[in-house]
Design a protein around this ligand. Structure first.
Ligand code: PLP
Length: 426
């Protein structure tokens, strides 16, 4: 082997994996077991005391999941990662390490709808208070900082309209406030954007979407950038103070630049319990092997479909950052030069009725509530995910009555355009 550092596509296939030492199996085996035999009593004691790394019980760690963790950490440029059962589980485990009851975190207003629900309602019941800021107005993040602020949360490419967030500008605000920046990189995947290169301290994903990529397995992951000093301010006792669960060790002092990933595993996953099934880890790992090929095709198709829609007489506007005319095109060129992702919205001149008619006439696009599948997907938010909001609230969240959201798959673009053409025209 030369000294060359492996490129992204090589890491997507190989990072974290080796032929199985016992059987020689080349694909990563599914270690479908709950628990692991200790070598002897001393070994068991050292595992439980965090003096040695090793497998104990699949709620805390599993060898199949470990390959997935190492692979995503490599692709994102982090020091370590922790796989969990879903994207939402990743968010709750991250914030549990950072917030005490009564604390606050700042979140960009443009987020996946499920995250808005989780932050507004479920987290409120834990005493964690979300303060909203506008990702198009960096000063709104600065104004939102208080002594109780413990983190800032944004999406790199934001739902539902595929807008691009200025990660570096917001990371400057986080640094000044002495709090970590958490970036949900689900819609970009590390193939398009690596948030750690732009100042993120923690990256989270719903593996359910583009990383798994085939619409068949839920999963989530947390990547530790290893960049944040948890002991500088006394604001993060889970990481800086002696832990009674582990004979009084301090996690940052003991584990250095991967202490956050360790905290998420031994305090978060161990006690909250949202472990990823090794079977799902296997499915997601297989998906990641083709991430670069799929992502490029997703983006190329999305651009072609967006251009078709922008020129169609029934369409009043298209929000796709990959179009030269788009408000976010400058940011897309800076942060996502290979492509602006594959999730975007457009508006129909015919309003609500035209939206309902379109989703019912499309044949190749599946009408459902998901993104990041090999298949092309469509949803009319006003009649589904956002139907409970009044018209003003719908418009504010980018889900007005005339808005349709697409997640473009990896089919032939000519077939996708033909399907849209028949559904819009007929
Ligand atoms: C789907 C999604 C989530 C939640 O992930 P689950 O795996 O469904 O729990 C979080 N953020 C974004 C951007 C998503 O698209």
């Amino acid at each position: 082997m030369s000294d060359r550092l492996p490129g992204f596509s090589t890491l997507a296939v190989h990072a974290g994996a080796q032929p199985d030492p016992t059987t020689g199996a080349r694909a990563t085996p599914i270690y479908q077991t709950t628990s692991f035999v200790f070598n002897d009593a001393d070994h068991a004691a050292s595992l439980f005391g965090l003096q040695a790394f090793g497998n104990i019980y699949t709620r805390i760690g599993n060898p199949t999941n470990a390959v997935l963790e190492e692979r995503v950490a490599a692709l994102e440029g982090g020091t370590a990662a922790l796989a969990v059962a879903s994207g939402h589980a990743a968010q709750v485990v991250v914030l549990q390490q950072l917030l005490q009851p009564g604390d606050e975190f700042i979140a960009a207003r443009k987020l996946y709808g499920g995250s808005i629900n989780q932050f507004t309602h479920a987290f409120k019941s834990f005493g964690w208070n979300v303060v909203w800021a506008d990702p198009d107005d960096i000063a709104s993040f600065e104004r939102a900082v208080t002594p109780r602020t413990k983190a800032i949360f944004i999406e790199s490419i934001a739902n539902p309209a595929g807008s691009i967030t200025d990660i570096e500008a917001i990371s400057t605000v986080a640094r000044k406030a002495g709090v970590p920046l958490i970036v949900d990189n689900t819609l970009a995947s590390p193939y398009l954007i690596r948030p750690i290169d732009h100042g993120a301290d923690i990256v989270v994903h719903s593996l359910t979407k583009f990383l798994g990529g085939h619409g068949n397995s839920l999963g989530g992951i947390i990547v530790d950038a290893g960049t944040f000093d948890w002991s500088a301010s006394g604001k993060y006792p889970m990481l800086s103070e002696p832990r009674p669960e582990y004979h009084g060790i301090r996690l940052q002092e003991t584990f250095g630049n991967f202490a956050f990933a360790i905290a998420c595993r031994v305090l978060g996953l161990r006690d909250l319990g949202p472990a990823l099934s090794p079977f799902n880890a296997f499915m997601i790992l297989t998906g990641i092997e083709t991430l670069p090929l799929r992502m490029q095709k997703h983006c190329d198709n999305a651009k072609a479909v967006a251009e078709f829609l922008a020129a169609h007489p029934a369409v009043s506007s298209v929000n796709y950052a990959g179009l030269a005319s788009d408000k976010y095109n400058q940011l897309a060129r800076k942060y996502a030069p290979k492509g602006a992702g594959a999730v975007f919205t457009f508006s129909l001149k015919g309003g609500y009725d035209a939206g309902v008619s379109l989703v019912s006439k499309l044949q190749l696009f599946s009408h459902l509530a998901n993104v990041g599948d090999t298949r092309s997907l469509v949803i009319h938010p006003a009649s589904t995910t956002h139907s409970q909001l009044d018209d003003a609230a719908k418009i504010k969240s980018g889900a007005g009555p005339d808005v349709v959201r697409l997640s473009i798959g990896i089919e032939d673009k000519e077939d996708l355009i033909a399907d849209l053409e028949q559904a819009l025209g007929a």
